[in-house]
Design a protein around this ligand. Structure first.
Ligand code: HH2
Length: 286
């Protein structure tokens, strides 16, 4: 498939809603760089809690070519064990950092489960909401997204992994429920990105299946996002610590792109941008 095939026609309107449309018209895979302002994220917890370090890291991700900066102040706990963060604490972690990150000029997505945090961040100028429970956790989230007219990443999630289920069918049904919630709230379909949620409520084999069968969700006609960066399924193939999973992350993301991903969410922006550029050059020469 060509890069142009991945471009989804989107008619945005002035303001935040235009961001996704503008990014997608670039006709190349988009890179979302991860900024975790948390003590407990699975791969980089505690590294960027201090505002100067977080802002410097955001600047670095932007300089390396990130198209979107995804900032989160509560670990989404793909592998359990982290402590839930109260609303005030999540906002307190973001407050000294978010305005400076937004000022870098790269669209910022706010990775949060809480509608109040999303609304506050959007008020400051965040451009996208990244909801790892696909509008199905906080009943006010869809309303906030609709009211601000911004794009939203709807990610599949499950409380627990169940090796006996058909994960592709489960993700499809979840997406359908989320899209129904979005439609009822008045979120324009053109502002929705779908993400199978690699590592969330899935066995390693199911995470691998989601990348291998990504095209199962092309029928929704929406851009697909994949975030395989440093995730544990890589360890299931080649035993490794999170910081040692760059090779596996690149392999997973290149195959995700072949299978239809328009956006990939990564910790290692420079290496990913290089890998994508080389893959695109080879594809053009076919
Ligand atoms: N993965 C993580 C967090 N947010 N959002 C989307 N849309 N897709 C993902 O795959 C995804 C996500 C987990 O990675 P990380 O942010 O590094 O870890 P933590 O949640 O522990 O901070």
């Amino acid at each position: 498939m060509s890069l142009t095939d991945r471009t989804v026609s989107v008619s945005g309107r002035a303001g935040g809603g235009d961001v996704l449309a503008r990014l997608l018209t670039q006709q190349r895979t988009l890179v979302m760089g991860v900024l975790n302002v948390t003590p407990d994220s699975f791969s980089d917890g505690g590294r960027f809690l201090e505002p100067p370090l977080a802002i410097a890291h955001a600047r670095r991700l932007a300089a390396e070519g990130a198209d979107i900066l995804d900032i989160g102040a509560e670990s989404t706990r793909p592998y359990g064990g982290a402590v839930a963060v109260p609303l005030d604490e999540e906002r307190d972690r973001l407050e000294p950092i978010l305005p400076a990150v937004i000022a870098l000029g790269v669209p910022v997505s706010i990775d949060t489960l809480k509608a109040k945090v999303a609304a506050w961040a959007l008020g400051l100028g965040a451009a996208i909401v990244n909801d790892v429970w696909g509008l199905q956790h906080d009943p006010d989230m869809a309303g906030v997204v609709a009211e601000h007219g911004v794009p939203v990443v709807i990610m599949h999630n499950r409380e627990t992994a169940d090796a006996s289920i058909d994960i592709i069918a489960d993700v499809t049904a979840f997406f359908a429920r989320s899209l129904d919630i979005a439609a009822r709230a008045g979120i324009a379909r053109e502002r929705i990105v779908l993400d199978p949620g690699i590592g969330f409520g899935k066995t390693p084999q199911q995470s691998i299946a989601c990348i291998a069968r990504l095209d199962a969700w092309r029928g929704f006609g929406l851009p697909l996002l994949v975030g395989a960066s440093r995730k544990r399924f890589i360890h299931s193939v080649v035993p490794s610590e999170p910081a040692e999973r760059l090779g596996g992350s690149l392999a997973a993301h290149l195959l995700a792109v072949e299978n239809g991903a328009a956006i990939i969410r990564v910790h290692d922006v420079a290496a990913t941008v290089q890998a994508l550029a080389v893959a695109a050059a080879i594809r053009r020469a076919r």
